[in-house]
Design a protein around this ligand. Sequence first.
Ligand SMILES: [Mg+2]
Length: 425
Amino acid sequence: MFALADCNNFYASCERIFRPELRSRPVLVLSNNDGCVVARSNEVKQLGIANGTPHWQIKELIAKHKIVVFSSNYQLYGDMSARVMDLLGQQCADLEVYSIDEAFMRFDFYRQTQQKLEQEGKRIKGFVEQCTGIPISIGFAPTKTLAKLANHISKKVTATGVHIIYDPFEQEDLMKRIDVSEVWGIGSAYKRKLSDYGIETVWQLLQCREQWFYKEFTIQGLRLLKELKGIPCMDLEDSPTSRQNMVVSRAFRRDVYALEELREAFANFATRLGEKLRRYRQITSSLSVFLLVNPYNNKSPDGRRYFSQFIQLPIASSNTPELINAAWKALSLCFSSGRNYKKCGIMAYGLQPEDVVQLSLFEEPEQHLKTRKLMAITDKINARFGNGTVGCAAALISKDNKWQRLEQFRSPRYTTSWLELLRIK
Ligand SMILES: [Mg+2]
């Protein structure tokens, strides 16, 4: 039996934990640089404000309905996510963290009665909510696709917080009410094609013959259909440590022209990248930096928009100073003055576990290993005293920099910064 646990309105819920007076008020969270809406409380959803709506477009609505607006506070969300995942991991050893606010679990109890399963779901839900204050919903089903659907039902249709699908054919009424686009893996192109055949609801989809479906929608479609009928075709994926690439990027709040500012930005990206790599016990053998010119006001002399440079590291590494040096080297190779850069980032390729490092014949490994120890200590200090307590001077953020993101409405980083702890007056 699979389960999908999903946090309700995750970012908005995180904001409410430390501001309980907001529980009955509409809350929304804006994307990077306060651009557009990325998360909404139920009250905001009811007002008809869609995700992706630009902030400036809804300023009147915000004032009229006294909506509380936040800039995204990824340190808070990331930390709360880690807490939720940790608690779920205590409940179930087989856990796949699927996104910042979703995790699949696999339980062995196959022939549990509906009632027992419901009790178990409610218990886990209550446990996570009591420990973190984050409301979650749980869907149980024999396949991942159905678990995701069960979760959707528990949230949007029955609103009970826990829903179980043993056999979708037994829940005809519900399946007739759900649009095919709610099925995991069905995007807009898929939906259109299904619509051409008159298939609009999950119930209609369930009636499809597998052979016909395979012919029309290939093997992937068939897998989806089987999963939907309750035949497992997907297992839990490995933890995110098995990922191949890692990216740290950011859109700037204003166009950036100066190399000095970009160097500062890239020193920060490389610092983040190093932290991320070390957290997952991985190293990278190569990275690339990329720079994007503002598309709405392209001042690039040759009109080009995208610039990138690949660079191979002498020794695969997760050490921040080595990553900064490599990023700067790559940056100097693709930077050209006169361009108005709007977004930049750094990408690490070909990640590998940190314990299989291949040392170079031409480089002295001592310094590399020494730095690695230094990094471990740096991470410990930052974990204890807050992010950025110690780091490379190159990554120090100068005042009035243009590249850092705009965060007019960011809440305090309650759980990760000593200076921003909740104060009770
Ligand atoms: Mg969610």
